[in-house]
Design a protein around this ligand. Structure first.
Ligand code: HEC
Length: 441
């Protein structure tokens, strides 16, 4: 009996391995040609051949993994963090199956993202992307409103790279077709230039009607002028990232040419194009530490764990509205059951200056809603068409994705400020006795 079971299992394994190689009637899934993020909550994957709907559906609920250091001040060593993940909450195919639109949790940091491998479930061709590149819109001059007819991503400021991508990506192919119609093409990116202050040079065969770099703005060119000259923008950033924006006129005639380069001629060529690594999507603002961390950390020893528990669960501190500790409390903020491992100083600083160091998955956002509201808090995908925003009183609002006007990282933690002061040292001592266990460490 035993040997029969083993034989059957063995055969099964052989049959499966064999079918992978020869007998599988399904064609192999097409490999993605490119993937990119079009906003904190949206990823696009382009395919040279159509993808089957069930393959897209199989992505829902899966994770995208990334590694990022938490916004730790540079004077303290980074703890090596495990890979983090964000969830795919929706997957939709367009362009006859050539373009896959993913609705995700927010992308908090300029780093590499990759579809996390799974042990089981349908296989999906791997894809990877980062948050480099340029945000691009094209507005049709003949349209009734100023809503962009095309909104998307370019890998660099170089139109040649978009022409190459257009051979594999339907959205880019579509944009290239639009560029021969009267309209306005706007590019925006966060650029980190070398600290030598040589500036940026923009050349086009069409009028450049707007261009700015940080605080520097160029004189707009007359859209009717046939041969516009080059524009040079001075750079006062000393190597800091700054916003670069430009708009060129599009229309019939010779194909658009556009070159955005370093402002200083080099020995190799006259003006070297700005490298892709220098460009970050404009919505990836890296929030600077809003609060200095407290210099003096009080010795919070000798408290009463029982009273600490009451404080943790109580209405004044409200810790349990956002945090769980040993199975009790909510999951808005990180679980604090193992927090004693990070030490008293870390816990004190987290309470006294919550925004000084925010782990990427808890990066808060400001969301401007089309109806005029502005919400601030933690953002999570809620199904394919909605998000939730949780504020610093632990209240969640659900919002349809098409109601989002703009979403930007805010740099201010949703953890309430001033808790250390309002609780006072005796209560903090009790809270620490609770969080650090009766041993008191
Ligand atoms: C409105 C929600 C909210 C409340 C209330 C709140 N926190 Fe937090 N807390 C957060 C979030 C979100 C984070 C993660 C982002 C950050 O570090 O600011 C956090 C982070 C922390 C951390 C750092 C965790 C880590 O893994 O490094 C500690 C410690 C902490 N909170 C303790 C407390 C204590 C103690 C209280 C009650 C006195 C409290 N929090 C109240 C939302 C909250």
């Amino acid at each position: 009996m035993m040997s029969l079971v083993l034989t059957v299992l063995g055969l099964g394994a052989v049959a499966e391995a064999g079918s992978d190689l020869v007998a599988d009637p399904r064609p192999p899934e097409p490999q993605p040609s490119a993937a990119w993020a079009t906003g904190p909550l949206d990823v696009v994957v382009a395919f040279p051949r159509p993808v089957q709907p069930e393959v897209a559906r199989g992505l829902v609920g899966r994770s995208i993994s990334y590694t990022a250091s938490s916004g730790r001040p540079p004077d303290r060593p980074a703890i090596t963090e495990p890979p983090r993940t964000l969830r795919i909450a929706g997957a939709r195919l367009t362009d006859g199956g050539h373009t896959l639109l993913l609705a995700t949790d927010p992308h908090p940091a300029p780093t590499r993202y990759a579809l996390a491998p799974t042990g089981n479930g349908p296989a999906f061709p791997a894809f990877e992307y980062d948050l480099s590149g340029v945000e691009v819109t094209w507005i049709d001059d003949q349209a009734a409103d100023d809503e962009p007819a095309w909104k998307g991503w370019w890998p660099s400021l170089d139109l040649a790279s978009v022409r190459v991508l257009g051979q594999h990506s339907v959205p880019h192919e579509r944009l290239l077709g639009m560029l021969s119609r009267p309209g306005r093409l706007t590019l925006g990116t966060l650029v980190k230039l070398p600290a030598n202050g040589s500036g940026v040079r923009i050349e086009s065969n069409r009028a450049i009607t707007e261009a700015s770099l940080g605080d520097a703005t160029a004189e707009p060119q007359d859209p009717a002028k046939q041969r516009p000259g080059a524009i040079t923008l001075p750079d006062a950033s000393k190597g800091q990232p700054q916003f670069l924006s430009l708009t060129v006129v599009t229309g019939p005639g010779p194909p658009l040419s556009l070159c955005v380069a370093h402002g200083k001629a080099s020995r190799e060529g006259p003006f070297p194009p700005i490298e892709r690594e220098r460009l970050t999507l404009p919505w990836v603002t890296t929030p600077s530490a809003a609060e200095p961390t407290p210099a003096v950390v009080p010795r919070l020893e000798g408290g009463d764990a029982k009273r600490g528990e009451m404080i943790f669960l109580g209405e004044q501190a409200r810790c349990a509205q956002c945090h769980a500790f040993r199975g009790r409390g909510a999951a808005i903020g990180p679980d604090l059951s193992e927090i004693s491992r990070k030490g008293r100083e870390h816990v004190y600083r987290s309470i006294a200056a919550p925004s000084a160091e925010i782990a990427p998955e808890y990066l808060p956002y400001t969301v401007a809603v089309r109806d005029g509201r502005v919400l601030a808090g933690l953002v999570r995908a809620a199904g394919p068409d909605a998000i939730t925003v949780t504020d610093n009183s632990a209240k969640s609002v659900t919002l349809r994705r098409d109601q989002i006007e703009q979403i930007r990282p805010s740099g201010t933690s949703i953890m309430p400020v001033g808790l250390a002061g309002s609780l006072g040292e005796p209560a903090l001592r009790d809270l620490f006795a609770y969080l650090f266990g009766s041993a008191g460490q």
